[in-house]
Design a protein around this ligand. Structure first.
Ligand SMILES: NC(=O)c1ccc[n+]([C@@H]2O[C@H](COP(=O)([O-])OP(=O)(O)OC[C@H]3O[C@@H](n4cnc5c(N)ncnc54)[C@H](OP(=O)(O)O)[C@@H]3O)[C@@H](O)[C@H]2O)c1
Length: 293
């Protein structure tokens, strides 16, 4: 049995959809009514990182698990790993972040990812770390502005990020969960090349057949906007991350994804075309926005 956590989120949802039908899959969700899956064969189990008993119950019989957490400093990884050990789980694949390798990254979010990686590495469980660069889907946060006024507002519009398609991350996760040979490996996952927010705006405009404008925000304007959705330490971490991007820290690509999947990483142009309906007028915008300074 393979467990997928974060099954209502960006990557977990895609992993559930992509798991081979020959594999028994269990999706851990806080609220089962939130899981939209077309896979009747997937077992849905209620569980919350804040509830140790629910984790232990949910993990019974699970051999491998994909761990996706998001509460910075919230102790979620610790509780999940403790329950996994008690339940006899053998291997945990953890969604981490590419920034952990960047020596200049010392923000609260990156420190938290490093600490949680270390928790898993120092446990007696087999482990695999997935370290993606920014998700292409972060641009979904722009969808309301694009739909309503044809405008994208963001910070450092000409700074590049080798962002990655979450579908590619999910494909790697499926391999790490279902194949042998991934134990003790850490994979940096990037897209095929660096893209700036100005270029992403242009690509999204092409995809929906509408001329879009990019309006650059100042760091203070960005801080004010982010504070409406995140705690102060997380906002400062996002701003520090954006400054690193401005200095070129996120432009580099890594061949690992293509090597693992035996095909090229998906370019942003393709992601934009495939998700165009979400940015077009008339879309109800059912996807939840993500933070992206
Ligand atoms: N976005 C990026 O650019 C980026 C880049 C690199 C790394 N990452 C890393 O990717 C991870 C997030 O992945 P994602 O974007 O796929 O996730 P996501 O879309 O933010 O979804 C989070 C998932 O976790 C679940 N969850 C939250 N709290 C929970 C709890 N207490 N108990 C059980 N489940 C809970 C949510 O369920 P509900 O539906 O119930 O809320 C949801 O399914 C983070 O670790 C982040 O640092 C992100």
């Amino acid at each position: 049995m393979i467990m997928v956590t974060g099954a209502t989120g960006t990557v977990g949802r895609l992993v559930v959809a992509r798991m081979p039908t020959s594999t028994a899959v269990r999706a851990l969700v806080r609220r089962p009514d939130r899981l939209i899956t077309l896979r009747p064969d997937v077992e849905v189990v209620q569980g919350d990182y804040a509830d140790d008993d629910s984790l232990l119950r949910a993990l019974q019989g699970v051999r491998r698990a994909l761990l996706i957490t998001g509460a910075v400093g919230g102790g979620e990884d610790e509780r999940f790993l403790r329950a996994a050990r008690r339940a006899g789980t053998e291997h945990v694949v953890k969604l981490s972040a590419a920034a952990v390798l960047d020596r200049s990254a010392d923000d609260a979010v990156t420190r938290w990812q490093r600490d949680t990686e270390q928790l898993l590495r120092s446990s007696d469980l087999a482990w695999t770390l997935l370290r993606p660069r920014s998700f292409m889907s972060n641009t979904l946060a722009w969808a309301p502005g694009i739909r309503s006024e044809g405008v994208v507002r963001g910070l450092y519009g000409t700074s590049a990020n080798a962002c990655v398609d979450p579908r590619d991350i999910a494909d790697v996760a499926v391999r790490a969960l279902t194949e042998s040979g991934h134990d003790g490996r850490a994979y940096t996952l990037t897209g095929p090349g660096p893209v700036t927010a100005v270029e992403q705006t242009r690509e999204l405009g092409r995809a929906i057949g509408r001329r879009l404008e990019f309006v650059e925000l100042t760091p203070d304007q960005t801080r004010a906007a982010l504070l409406r959705r995140h705690s102060e330490p997380v906002v400062e971490a996002l701003l520090a991350s954006a400054r690193r991007q401005k200095c070129g820290a996120k432009a580099g690509t890594d061949p690992m994804l293509a090597k693992l999947l035996g095909r090229a990483a998906t370019p942003f142009t393709t992601w934009a075309v495939d998700h165009a309906p979400l940015f077009a007028n008339g879309s109800e915008g059912t996807t939840k926005p993500r933070a992206r300074p």
